[in-house]
Write a protein that binds this ligand. Structure first.
Ligand code: TXE
Length: 483
């Protein structure tokens, strides 16, 4: 099937068959809202249940498949994603709105993730241990958790599903994947590649539709043994309550309000680059975006002036246009939310430095200028996740004050520091209350083979990515044997 076909009508994949929906939805191009990217099938509760049953039926066989078989399938998926990164990257940019280089880079990353987990399928490890009893041998082995429900957001429509689906399959689980409603064409493209990788019917299923119906059915269904979710805090909290009530395993990646500390001794231009990339690239629609720039007083004014200069020159426009540095916001609702935060910031007395306005471009799209404010720690713009190209600067007296401000948030995903002081860098790495720290790097932009996740309200459950993913996607069995 060619890309052109699939954009007409992405369908569900249930038990190895492409299925139409009970209703139809559309996704549009945020860079040009006249363009429909996909008319897709929307599932109801019944179809979701069929997918769950298919995954449950496929589990006994797949969970005992050879690691080589899983590795081969994952490797093939990874190879195809890498080979088609330009074409699929363009699709991603059309549907989600990140720039073409960002879209291509994301598809390549998804390919690398599948390749990484192809290797991990061959490295499932256990332990052989001495017993406290004479003649007894103890071993600890890992087994699949079972049927995994994967609920994904729209902001990384290839990479986030990849980093959930690949380990789930690598460790012998079966999957029901529910993508976000804004990106069905990307989800379908990924599912279509997975469907040709030699997996038995029912091992991987795709159901598209609303969170309330499709997502909730996954969350509540007794045959779904584990749920991996990335999205907003309120949805994550609801999922946690419902899933733990029926004792399903659950892993949540939610919001961030990530700080980037800039000390006076930092390489100034490097710090500006970190702030610009971390706060505004991918239109600020990253859970790892730096939305609080905490700047030491000695360089505060110079930093704000220089960042403003860079924002004035930032090229905002159609995601597929060459040279564009920031694409549109994903949809009208998110744009309204971003502009509402700009208004809140003004009303609360934050000082406006630049941007935060709706922009007109030759094509009708959800464009806005990157926004920068000077805020105080109590302002909502300094406390709540906006999820758009909106950042604020907080003034810090010195390093200790900066660290206190960095940790003064209910979130704890990642934190960065720009400094040439080894002492402060090392202290920050140890004392930032987060899951990931960056020194002289943007807070956003992580490797695909090491753990990803946070603390506090940002995350729940064990880490995603790298070999740490085994914690979630396997369960441990302890065996005793009289030798
Ligand atoms: O998220 P939701 P949305 C934040 C960001 C954004 C806001 C809303 O602030 O403005 O969330 O985005 C599914 N049971 N982030 O609406 O609702 C839903 O269909 C089961 C930050 O996209 O959390 C989608 O597939 N599933 C975040 C997924 O959950 C349900 C990334 C995420 O949707 C459900 C995305 C339910 N009851 C948004 N309700 C980050 N920090 O990375 C919804 N869903």
């Amino acid at each position: 099937m060619k890309l052109g076909d699939m954009q007409q009508n992405p369908r569900h994949l249930i038990n190895g068959r492409w299925d139409i929906g009970t209703t139809t939805g559309v996704s549009t191009n945020p860079s040009d809202t006249r363009e429909v990217v996909a008319e897709y099938a929307r599932a109801d509760r019944n179809q979701t249940e069929l997918a769950i049953r298919a995954a449950a039926d496929a589990l006994p066989h797949w969970s005992h498949s050879t690691p080589q078989r899983r590795a081969d399938a994952l490797d093939q998926i990874g190879s195809e994603l890498l080979a088609r990164k330009d074409e699929l990257g363009a699709l991603l940019s059309r549907e989600e709105g990140k720039t073409l280089p960002e879209g291509v880079g994301e598809v390549a990353r998804a390919g690398q993730i599948f390749k990484f987990f192809a290797g991990e399928a061959l490295r499932v490890q256990g332990e052989l241990m001495a017993s406290v009893r004479a003649g007894v041998q103890v071993d600890v082995t890992r087994e699949p958790v079972g049927v995994v429900g994967i609920i994904a957001p729209w902001n990384f429509p290839f990479a986030i599903p990849a980093w959930k689906i690949a380990p789930a399959l690598a460790y012998g689980n079966t999957v029901v994947f529910k993508p976000a409603e804004l990106v069905p064409a990307c989800a379908w493209a990924l599912a279509e590649i997975i469907s040709r990788s030699g997996l038995p019917a029912g091992v991987f299923n795709l159901v598209m539709g609303s969170g309330r119906e499709v997502g909730q059915t996954l969350v509540d269904h007794p045959l779904v043994n584990a749920l991996s979710f990335t999205g907003s805090v309120p949805t994550g909290e609801r999922i946690l309550q419902a899933a733990t009530a029926r004792r399903a395993k659950v892993q949540l990646e939610m919001g961030g309000k990530n700080p980037l500390v800039v000390l006076a001794d930092a390489d100034f231009e490097q710090a500006i680059e970190c702030a610009l990339q971390g706060s505004y690239f991918s239109t600020g629609q990253r859970c790892t975006a730096s939305s609080r720039l905490i700047v030491e007083a000695k360089v505060h004014d110079a930093f704000v002036a220089r960042l403003r200069q860079r924002l004035e020159a930032l090229k905002v426009g159609h995601a597929l246009e060459r040279g564009i540095e920031m694409g549109p916001v994903v949809d009208a609702g998110q744009l309204d939310q971003n502009l509402a935060y700009v208004e809140i910031a003004r009303n609360e007395g934050a000082e406006h430095v630049w941007g935060g306005e709706r922009l007109e471009r030759p094509t009708p799209g959800h464009y806005m200028s990157p926004a920068l404010f000077l805020a105080r720690p109590e302002h909502r713009i300094a406390r709540e996740e906006v999820f758009g190209p909106v950042a604020c600067v907080l003034r810090a007296d010195d390093y200790e004050h900066a660290l206190a401000l960095a940790n003064d948030t209910p979130f704890g995903l990642c934190a960065g520091i720009c400094t040439t002081s080894l002492k402060h860098a090392m202290h920050f790495k140890r004392h930032a209350e987060v899951g990931m720290t960056m020194v002289n790097l943007p807070t956003a932009g992580v490797d695909f083979h090491v753990p990803f996740g946070g603390r506090k309200d940002s995350s729940h459950g064990s880490r995603e990515q790298g070999r740490y993913a085994a914690e979630f996607y396997t369960t441990v069995k302890t065996g005793y044997m009289l030798a």
